[in-house]
Design a protein around this ligand. Structure first.
Ligand SMILES: Cc1ncc(COP(=O)(O)O)c(C=O)c1O
Length: 428
């Protein structure tokens, strides 16, 4: 039976389906920092898709890497004794430059998968070392860790966790205030330190609204982890691969993760791939004794050979074109460009300076969907999060003139919003 809706048979993600009928943007092509709609409109991709297109769109080099690999071997699984050469090569390359101590690397298909692996592995590790009572996974308010069962459970954005009839789809998860070490310690003490398995944190909260750490936060977290013995899981799904001007935000913020999560920028979106870097302290329990247990996790496409070949081509581009250094420079230009909006009567807050991404929180009275539409009409994609927060996270290929174009469009959209603003009696 044919679909009775304009949107066709596809059920979109995170979409209010009644409102998107007849209102979808069908993207059919991409090149550099731009994408094109099916009707031919060119749009500046100010969000790198969903924070993934770090090297920009339409790179034939990555397509060729996929083509070459698929012709040779689409993939071969990595269960048991089997492995494929591309997964091994990529793991070696990632292990050579990382804040994680002498890591082993588990691949999967994306960020939510990586979150599942990290939480399961943290619990499994404590079982293996005889501290099985350590089961609680702590995470932060406003955090986003994907939408698999673990991510849904530990995420700190209430609209993603509500409506399933339970506080947490998996047992033993607890949220703590975002940037508050004192509250964290109080929670740990109230729960009992010996019950905490791990704390999962994004170095800079992405979907929560580009919220960076307060000074000393991650040093303090490391002290608490030492004192109370829990693991630190850095969710670098957005921040990894250059978004903060260095390879990993953990390097920028001095985090020493026991487990670090990767996805998005690992392939810049050219293939679905995620991964988990695991520090020696943990993996050694599964490697170094004849009676070591098997970590019972894996998916068919763990270490998918074509995805891993694409990831290597992506890393080649990042390195050859110096795109991570470029992101660091672009960060300062973005910070400067957004300064003009500080103090604007319709702008509540600007969050920038934690990498080449930023958020603009508009005042409640602004019709934010209309604001986003005004930008689209001007050829710019920015993304609306919750609470009137608009996010900017362009590809690292962006030119300075394009940062100016984004700022100009924001200015125009704010002017339009000012005109639409209801005139209060006091200003008559
Ligand atoms: C910090 C973080 N963790 C995990 C995820 C989930 O990744 P995926 O959508 O690839 O499953 C996301 C996605 O935006 C994310 O931002």
């Amino acid at each position: 039976m044919s679909s009775q809706h304009d949107s066709g048979a596809l059920w979109s993600a995170q979409a209010h389906m009644p409102s998107i009928q007849g209102n979808q943007l069908v993207i059919t092509r991409g090149e550099g920092s731009y994408v094109w709609t099916a009707t031919g409109q060119r749009l500046l991709d100010g969000t790198s898709g969903l924070w993934y297109a770090n090297i920009g769109h339409g790179r034939s080099e990555l397509a060729e890497a996929a083509f070459r690999q698929m012709k040779k071997l689409e993939t071969y699984h990595v269960f048991g004794r089997f492995v494929n050469d591309q997964a091994r090569l990529l793991a070696e390359r990632l292990a050579a430059n990382t804040p994680v101590d002498n890591p082993k690397i588990i691949f999967n298909s994306g960020g939510s998968d990586a979150v599942d692996v990290a939480c399961k592995l943290a619990r499994r590790y404590w079982q293996v070392v005889g501290q099985g009572q350590r089961q609680i996974i702590l995470s932060r308010e406003s955090s986003y860790h994907g939408l698999h069962a673990y991510g849904t459970s530990i995420g700190g954005l209430p609209y993603n966790t509500e409506g399933y009839g339970t506080h947490s789809l998996v047992s033993d998860t607890v949220r703590v205030p975002t940037n508050d070490l004192q509250a964290l310690e109080q929670t740990i003490l109230a729960l009992a330190p010996g019950r905490i398995a791990a704390m999962v944190a994004e170095p800079v909260l992405g979907a929560g609204g580009v919220i960076g750490p307060v000074d000393g936060y991650f040093e303090g977290l490391a002290r608490l982890a030492d004192r109370y013995g829990f693991l630190i899981v850095a969710d670098e799904v957005i921040t990894g691969f250059g978004r903060t001007g260095v390879m990993y935000a953990s390097q920028r913020y001095g985090i020493k993760p026991d487990i670090m999560l990767m996805a998005k920028g690992l392939t810049s979106g050219y293939a679905p791939l995620g991964g988990v870097q695991v520090a020696e302290r943990i993996w050694t329990e599964f490697y170094d004794r004849a009676d070591a247990p098997v970590f019972r996790h894996g998916i068919t496409y763990s270490g998918h050979a074509t995805a891993c070949a694409v990831a290597q081509a992506n890393l080649d581009v990042l390195e050859r074109e110096g795109l991570i250094g470029r992101a660091a420079v672009l960060e300062t230009h973005l910070v400067e460009a957004l300064e003009e909006f500080r103090g604007h009567p319709l702008v509540r807050e600007i969050r920038s300076g934690h990498g080449f991404f930023a958020a603009l929180q508009l005042c409640e009275e602004v019709d934010a969907p209309a604001f986003i539409q005004a930008l689209l009409d001007d050829g710019i994609i920015l993304r609306l999060l919750h609470d009137n927060i608009v996010v900017i996270a362009p590809p690292f290929t962006l030119e300075d003139a394009e940062i100016s174009a984004i700022a100009r469009s924001i200015r125009n959209a704010l002017d339009e919003a000012t005109e639409r603003r209801p005139v209060s009696a006091g200003t008559l």
